[in-house]
Design a protein around this ligand. Structure first.
Ligand SMILES: N[C@@H](CCC(=O)N[C@@H](CS)C(=O)NCC(=O)O)C(=O)O
Length: 196
Protein backbone atom coordinates (compact mmCIF):
# COMPACT_ATOMS: atom_id res chain seq x y z
CA UNK A 1 0.00 0.00 0.00
CA UNK A 2 1.26 3.46 -0.91
CA UNK A 3 0.28 6.95 0.17
CA UNK A 4 1.15 9.89 -2.03
CA UNK A 5 1.48 12.96 0.13
CA UNK A 6 3.20 16.23 0.83
CA UNK A 7 4.44 17.18 4.30
CA UNK A 8 2.58 20.50 4.17
CA UNK A 9 -0.76 19.13 2.97
CA UNK A 10 -3.21 19.03 5.90
CA UNK A 11 -5.40 16.30 4.39
CA UNK A 12 -2.25 14.24 3.88
CA UNK A 13 -1.21 14.76 7.49
CA UNK A 14 -4.65 13.61 8.62
CA UNK A 15 -4.54 10.32 6.71
CA UNK A 16 -0.88 9.63 7.49
CA UNK A 17 -1.49 10.05 11.23
CA UNK A 18 -4.63 7.92 11.01
CA UNK A 19 -2.85 5.16 9.08
CA UNK A 20 -0.07 5.09 11.68
CA UNK A 21 -2.56 5.01 14.53
CA UNK A 22 -4.58 2.25 12.85
CA UNK A 23 -1.46 0.10 12.51
CA UNK A 24 -1.15 0.26 8.73
CA UNK A 25 2.30 0.94 7.38
CA UNK A 26 1.85 2.24 3.84
CA UNK A 27 4.89 3.23 1.85
CA UNK A 28 4.90 7.03 1.94
CA UNK A 29 5.78 8.77 -1.30
CA UNK A 30 6.32 12.53 -1.18
CA UNK A 31 5.16 14.20 -4.39
CA UNK A 32 5.05 17.65 -5.92
CA UNK A 33 1.50 17.97 -7.27
CA UNK A 34 2.43 20.89 -9.54
CA UNK A 35 4.63 18.49 -11.55
CA UNK A 36 1.68 16.08 -12.12
CA UNK A 37 3.80 12.97 -11.47
CA UNK A 38 2.55 9.98 -13.47
CA UNK A 39 2.31 7.68 -10.46
CA UNK A 40 0.07 10.17 -8.64
CA UNK A 41 -2.18 10.64 -11.68
CA UNK A 42 -2.44 6.85 -11.96
CA UNK A 43 -3.73 6.74 -8.36
CA UNK A 44 -5.87 9.89 -8.60
CA UNK A 45 -6.84 11.41 -11.96
CA UNK A 46 -7.51 14.69 -10.15
CA UNK A 47 -3.79 14.89 -9.36
CA UNK A 48 -4.48 15.78 -5.74
CA UNK A 49 -3.02 14.50 -2.53
CA UNK A 50 -3.48 12.52 -0.46
CA UNK A 51 -4.02 9.50 -2.68
CA UNK A 52 -3.73 5.94 -1.52
CA UNK A 53 -2.90 3.02 -3.76
CA UNK A 54 -3.92 -0.37 -2.43
CA UNK A 55 -1.86 -3.52 -2.94
CA UNK A 56 -4.40 -4.47 -5.63
CA UNK A 57 -3.61 -1.25 -7.48
CA UNK A 58 -6.84 0.56 -6.61
CA UNK A 59 -6.46 4.32 -6.23
CA UNK A 60 -8.44 5.65 -3.26
CA UNK A 61 -9.10 9.37 -2.87
CA UNK A 62 -10.02 11.89 -1.43
CA UNK A 63 -8.89 12.06 2.18
CA UNK A 64 -12.28 11.15 3.62
CA UNK A 65 -12.58 8.13 1.32
CA UNK A 66 -9.08 7.15 2.51
CA UNK A 67 -10.07 7.57 6.17
CA UNK A 68 -13.12 5.37 5.60
CA UNK A 69 -10.98 2.83 3.75
CA UNK A 70 -8.49 2.69 6.63
CA UNK A 71 -11.38 2.34 9.06
CA UNK A 72 -12.82 -0.63 7.17
CA UNK A 73 -9.40 -2.26 6.84
CA UNK A 74 -8.81 -1.99 10.57
CA UNK A 75 -12.22 -2.98 11.93
CA UNK A 76 -13.43 0.44 12.86
CA UNK A 77 -10.35 1.99 14.44
CA UNK A 78 -11.16 5.55 13.30
CA UNK A 79 -14.94 6.05 13.53
CA UNK A 80 -17.38 5.15 16.31
CA UNK A 81 -20.07 2.56 15.63
CA UNK A 82 -22.74 4.41 17.53
CA UNK A 83 -24.79 6.38 14.99
CA UNK A 84 -25.05 9.60 16.99
CA UNK A 85 -21.34 9.62 17.83
CA UNK A 86 -20.47 8.76 14.26
CA UNK A 87 -22.40 11.77 12.98
CA UNK A 88 -20.58 13.99 15.49
CA UNK A 89 -17.21 12.72 14.28
CA UNK A 90 -18.23 13.17 10.63
CA UNK A 91 -19.23 16.78 11.33
CA UNK A 92 -15.99 17.50 13.19
CA UNK A 93 -13.97 16.08 10.31
CA UNK A 94 -16.02 18.08 7.79
CA UNK A 95 -15.50 21.26 9.82
CA UNK A 96 -11.74 20.81 10.11
CA UNK A 97 -11.41 19.82 6.44
CA UNK A 98 -13.67 22.72 5.42
CA UNK A 99 -11.43 25.16 7.27
CA UNK A 100 -8.49 23.67 5.36
CA UNK A 101 -10.43 24.15 2.10
CA UNK A 102 -10.78 27.87 2.85
CA UNK A 103 -7.17 28.22 4.01
CA UNK A 104 -5.93 26.51 0.85
CA UNK A 105 -8.15 28.70 -1.25
CA UNK A 106 -6.42 31.74 0.28
CA UNK A 107 -2.96 30.23 -0.14
CA UNK A 108 -3.64 29.36 -3.79
CA UNK A 109 -5.16 32.77 -4.52
CA UNK A 110 -1.91 34.36 -3.40
CA UNK A 111 0.39 31.74 -4.89
CA UNK A 112 -1.17 31.08 -8.29
CA UNK A 113 -2.22 34.52 -9.45
CA UNK A 114 -0.04 37.41 -10.55
CA UNK A 115 0.06 39.90 -7.69
CA UNK A 116 -2.15 42.48 -9.44
CA UNK A 117 -4.85 39.86 -9.99
CA UNK A 118 -5.10 38.65 -6.41
CA UNK A 119 -8.72 39.31 -5.41
CA UNK A 120 -8.79 40.45 -1.79
CA UNK A 121 -12.60 40.19 -1.32
CA UNK A 122 -12.34 36.46 -2.08
CA UNK A 123 -9.55 36.08 0.47
CA UNK A 124 -11.59 38.02 3.05
CA UNK A 125 -14.64 35.86 2.42
CA UNK A 126 -12.64 32.66 2.91
CA UNK A 127 -11.04 34.03 6.08
CA UNK A 128 -14.53 34.86 7.46
CA UNK A 129 -15.47 31.20 6.99
CA UNK A 130 -12.31 30.18 8.83
CA UNK A 131 -13.03 32.57 11.72
CA UNK A 132 -16.65 31.43 12.04
CA UNK A 133 -15.72 27.75 11.98
CA UNK A 134 -12.88 28.25 14.50
CA UNK A 135 -15.31 30.04 16.83
CA UNK A 136 -17.78 27.20 16.39
CA UNK A 137 -15.09 24.67 17.31
CA UNK A 138 -13.97 26.75 20.31
CA UNK A 139 -17.57 26.77 21.56
CA UNK A 140 -18.05 23.06 20.82
CA UNK A 141 -14.68 21.51 21.59
CA UNK A 142 -14.72 17.77 21.00
CA UNK A 143 -14.01 15.57 23.97
CA UNK A 144 -10.65 13.87 23.74
CA UNK A 145 -10.59 10.56 25.56
CA UNK A 146 -7.85 7.93 25.47
CA UNK A 147 -8.48 6.96 21.85
CA UNK A 148 -8.38 9.59 19.10
CA UNK A 149 -10.88 9.28 16.26
CA UNK A 150 -11.00 10.58 12.69
CA UNK A 151 -12.34 13.94 13.84
CA UNK A 152 -9.46 14.40 16.27
CA UNK A 153 -6.92 13.64 13.53
CA UNK A 154 -8.63 16.11 11.18
CA UNK A 155 -8.65 18.82 13.84
CA UNK A 156 -4.98 18.27 14.67
CA UNK A 157 -3.98 18.36 10.99
CA UNK A 158 -5.94 21.58 10.47
CA UNK A 159 -4.37 23.31 13.49
CA UNK A 160 -0.90 22.28 12.38
CA UNK A 161 -1.60 23.72 8.93
CA UNK A 162 -3.14 27.00 10.07
CA UNK A 163 -0.16 27.65 12.31
CA UNK A 164 2.18 26.76 9.43
CA UNK A 165 0.60 29.23 6.98
CA UNK A 166 -1.10 31.79 9.27
CA UNK A 167 1.17 31.70 12.31
CA UNK A 168 -0.15 33.61 15.31
CA UNK A 169 -3.25 34.84 13.44
CA UNK A 170 -5.92 32.49 14.78
CA UNK A 171 -5.34 31.94 18.52
CA UNK A 172 -6.75 35.11 20.09
CA UNK A 173 -9.97 34.42 22.03
CA UNK A 174 -9.64 30.69 21.38
CA UNK A 175 -7.75 29.26 24.37
CA UNK A 176 -9.21 25.77 23.97
CA UNK A 177 -8.12 25.45 20.35
CA UNK A 178 -4.74 26.89 21.29
CA UNK A 179 -4.24 24.10 23.85
CA UNK A 180 -5.60 21.33 21.66
CA UNK A 181 -2.39 20.10 20.02
CA UNK A 182 -0.70 19.65 23.37
CA UNK A 183 -3.66 17.61 24.60
CA UNK A 184 -3.77 15.67 21.33
CA UNK A 185 -0.09 14.77 21.57
CA UNK A 186 -0.73 13.31 25.04
CA UNK A 187 -3.08 10.71 23.49
CA UNK A 188 -1.16 10.39 20.21
CA UNK A 189 2.55 10.87 21.04
CA UNK A 190 3.46 10.02 17.42
CA UNK A 191 2.19 13.49 16.53
CA UNK A 192 5.75 14.63 17.32
CA UNK A 193 6.83 13.09 14.00
CA UNK A 194 4.39 15.29 12.08
CA UNK A 195 5.11 18.62 13.74
CA UNK A 196 7.88 19.92 11.45
N1 LIG B 1 -10.96 17.22 -0.67
C1 LIG B 1 -9.62 16.75 -0.95
C2 LIG B 1 -8.68 17.94 -1.04
C3 LIG B 1 -7.28 17.53 -1.51
C4 LIG B 1 -6.45 18.74 -1.89
O1 LIG B 1 -6.96 19.79 -2.27
N2 LIG B 1 -5.11 18.57 -1.77
C5 LIG B 1 -4.22 19.63 -2.18
C6 LIG B 1 -2.99 19.67 -1.28
S1 LIG B 1 -3.38 20.05 0.39
C7 LIG B 1 -3.72 19.35 -3.58
O2 LIG B 1 -3.53 18.21 -3.94
N3 LIG B 1 -3.50 20.41 -4.36
C8 LIG B 1 -2.93 20.32 -5.66
C9 LIG B 1 -3.93 20.49 -6.74
O3 LIG B 1 -5.11 20.78 -6.47
O4 LIG B 1 -3.53 20.35 -7.90
C10 LIG B 1 -9.20 15.77 0.15
O5 LIG B 1 -9.82 15.78 1.22
O6 LIG B 1 -8.30 14.95 -0.08
Amino acid sequence: MKIFYSANSPYSTKVRMAALYAGLAPEEIAVDTSADPAELLAANPLGKIPALQTDDGLGVYDSRAIMNYIDRQTRGSLYPRNAVKRTEVDILEATADGICDSLLSIVYERRMRPEEKVYQPWIDRQWQKVERALDHLEANMPRLGKKPNAGHFALAAMLRYIELRFAGKWQRGRPKLKRYLTRFEAVFPEFAQFKD
